[in-house]
Design a protein around this ligand. Structure first.
Ligand code: CXF
Ligand code: ZN
Length: 370
């Protein structure tokens, strides 16, 4: 069939929206999905800048919700008409990571930046070339073929332009606070960077009972938004936050720090570690440039103050447990997804959407398909 998608061609520095030829699902573990909405996550921008090395040509997008249109021969896991959200790390359910409750580290995740189907081929093609799909998904396409390992069925009544957010940013941010940082009632929490992940981390910290939530972002708009999601204090920079956190916590500093800025840099770490209390935890949930090899941290401080620096992928959450749970919190009014969608765009305006992201105009921009 013919469809339309935003492609990143080799050497291109913007998305090209064009017609694509899409093969039907080939195996029992593949489904064809008509996309309803896709969040514009920073990670797709990282593919464009090279901070995240991925093979091209590539159909972007990995924060998506849609409706199953067709299933592969013999597929029983899903049926046409099912509403689904994609998890950006597939969960096979049977590898040691999945079996031990860490499906965000599923062994199949090793393939995600390769962008090829499980059999090593592609389903999308354009200009006579095979197209890979971002994190095996390619949600910047009106239709895509994905593996059932990436699909999570959701209730039909959840609006798709909100549901898509739990496929990446919201669950990553919320889980970074609730699981990776283990925010506890009464904690002082710092969230650095208020995009989709940071705004969700603020909400996760609030729901976990944090007493003080410091949101750091250079954008005044984003600092205002952070307060709406539960931030009790705001600062424009890590340096500015230092005095504020020191004053408000009587010098004890923050129990939990979540790094959610667009791109992290090793040279920011001394300032970040200075915000961290004794026994505190710094969660690195944002990506750092792939080629970065030096990070400036005093290991003596780590030892003497028993500070922890931990990495987290997908907020250390589980797609099959946490995606339905977060949508339930949304339905009950405890998780604000509506406020996280600042603007929606048609697929044709994807480059404008990313420009708005660079200009700090959006918490999240969302592509909505007709
Ligand atoms: C990223 C994290 C690094 C690998 C690609 C996906 N997370 C979501 O945007
Ligand atoms: Zn993402």
């Amino acid at each position: 069939m013919k469809t339309e998608a935003a492609i990143l061609w080799p050497d291109a520095d913007e998305w090209s929206v064009e017609e694509v030829e899409l093969d039907p699902p080939r195996h029992a573990d593949e489904v064809l999905v008509r996309m309803a909405a896709s969040g514009m996550c920073h990670s797709d921008e990282h593919c464009l800048t090279g901070d995240l090395p991925v093979a091209r040509p590539l159909i972007g997008g990995h924060e998506g919700a849609g409706v199953i249109e067709e299933v592969g021969p013999g597929c029983t896991a899903f049926a046409p008409g099912d509403h689904v959200v994609f998890g950006f790390v597939p969960a096979c359910g049977s590898c040691p990571s999945c079996a031990s409750g860490h499906s965000n580290l599923c062994d199949s995740g090793a393939r995600i930046t390769g962008g090829l189907q499980a059999d090593g081929t592609t389903r999308h093609h354009a200009r006579g070339q095979d197209l890979r799909t971002m994190l095996l998904l390619g949600t910047f396409s009106r239709h895509t073929v994905v593996n059932v390992m990436s699909c999570v069925k959701i209730p039909d009544d959840i609006p798709m332009d909100k549901a898509c957010l739990v496929g990446c940013g919201v669950t990553t941010g919320w889980g970074s606070a609730v699981y990776a940082a283990e925010v506890r009632p009464g904690d002082s929490v710092v969230v650095i960077g208020i995009g989709g992940i940071g705004a969700a981390a603020v909400q996760g910290a609030r729901l976990a009972g944090a007493e003080r939530i410091f949101a750091i972002d250079p954008s005044e708009f984003k600092r205002e938004q952070a307060q709406r999601f539960g931030a009790t204090h705001v600062a424009a920079s890590i340096e500015e936050a230092f005095g504020l956190v020191q004053e408000v916590t009587w010098g004890r500093m923050a129990d939990k720090i979540i790094c959610a800025m667009g791109v992290g840099h090793g040279n920011l770490m001394p300032g970040i570690m200075a915000l961290c209390a004794k026994l505190g935890t710094v969660v690195v949930t944002n990506i750092h440039p792939a080629l970065e090899s030096e990070v400036n941290i005093s290991f003596l401080d780590l030892t003497l103050m028993e500070k922890k620096v931990v990495g987290s992928i997908f907020g250390s959450a589980n797609i099959r447990y946490d995606i339905p749970k977060l949508l339930e919190l949304y339905r009950n009014g405890q998780l604000d997804l509506d406020g996280m969608v600042t603007r929606t765009y048609p697929l044709a305006d994807i480059n404008q959407g990313y420009q708005d992201m660079r200009d700090a105009k959006n918490i999240r921009g969302v592509l909505v398909y007709d």
